[in-house]
Design a protein around this ligand. Structure first.
Ligand code: KIV
Length: 276
């Protein structure tokens, strides 16, 4: 079955990293969402998503940390395996956590290899531009597809002094364009652009042959990614303005649990005579 015949759900062929570059060439918008567990991965895949990012955002939206900095390789392997066990048709991208690739290029290749070999990921993502281009080259040479990540890269929150839109000034914009070119030249198959002016998101998308995946980077990116818990209304920490909530599952869950409590207390659950 060719990719063209595919609509959504389980009949789709499995996505590969090179197919994302073809998708951009065809002018088809790319859809990406995060997921960190088996049921969410199954549901996102059944909805027809192109790629599932097992993001280190798991640290803030699932594990209760204040930033992504405490997330470890062990956390990422645990959650990547859970997603992969859903056998999605979507591409599964495992995120490299803070300090898993910054020490040396050798360390970067080794940990990228662990996400593929032990976690089952189809590709990995790491943050940074020119300064990680050497690591990207080495990982790609090992046969592992790499997604880049530029702009408001959350692992640099301490250096940025908070979660602030990046590349507002001319120098910052030129730097980001240079970084994007360096990542493309190093062999990335796609680049996440986070928290940058929409005009810059559009310019980078025009200049690269690999797709850009935006999050708070404007509608002209080649694709979009959202954190699943933001999209579903399941996360009640800080939410940037660009986030669109497609459901209020947090409220629905709280109401469901409250109704269960009422039923148990009133002996309406279980029903009379009902047992295992
Ligand atoms: O960890 C994550 O979820 C991410 C996306 C926000 C791009 O890096």
């Amino acid at each position: 079955m060719s990719e063209k015949q595919v609509v959504s759900g389980e009949s789709r062929p499995r996505r590969t990293a090179p197919s994302f570059v073809d998708q951009k060439r065809r002018g088809e918008v790319i859809t990406v969402v995060t997921a960190y567990d088996h049921p969410s991965a199954r549901l996102a895949d059944a909805a027809g998503i192109d790629a599932i990012l097992v993001g280190d955002s798991v640290g803030t939206v699932v594990l209760g940390y204040e930033s992504t900095l405490p997330v470890t390789m062990a956390d990422m392997l645990h959650h990547t395996r859970a997603v992969v066990r859903a056998r999605p048709r979507a591409l599964v991208i495992g995120d490299m956590p803070f300090m898993s690739y910054q020490v040396s290029d050798d360390q970067a290749v080794e940990n990228a290899g662990r996400l593929v070999q032990e976690g089952g990921a189809d590709a990995i993502k790491l943050e940074g531009g020119k300064r990680v281009a050497g690591a990207v080259r080495r990982i790609v040479a090992a046969g592992i597809p790499v997604m880049g990540h530029l702009g408001l890269t959350p692992q640099s929150v301490l250096a940025f002094g908070g979660y602030k839109v990046q590349a507002r000034g001319e120098a910052g914009q030129e730097q980001l364009i240079d970084d994007a070119r360096a990542l493309e030249a190093a062999g990335c198959f796609a680049i996440v652009l986070e928290g940058i002016p929409a005009k810059l998101g559009a310019q980078v998308s025009r200049e690269l042959t690999i797709p850009t995946i935006g999050i708070g980077a404007g509608v002209q990116c080649d694709g979009q990614v959202l954190v699943l818990h933001d999209l579903l209304g399941l996360y009640h920490g800080h939410q940037p303005r660009f986030v669109r909530r497609y459901a209020e599952l947090g409220e629905a869950m709280r109401d469901a649990v409250a109704r269960y409590i009422d039923d148990v207390r009133a002996r309406r659950f279980p029903s009379e005579g009902e047992s295992y």
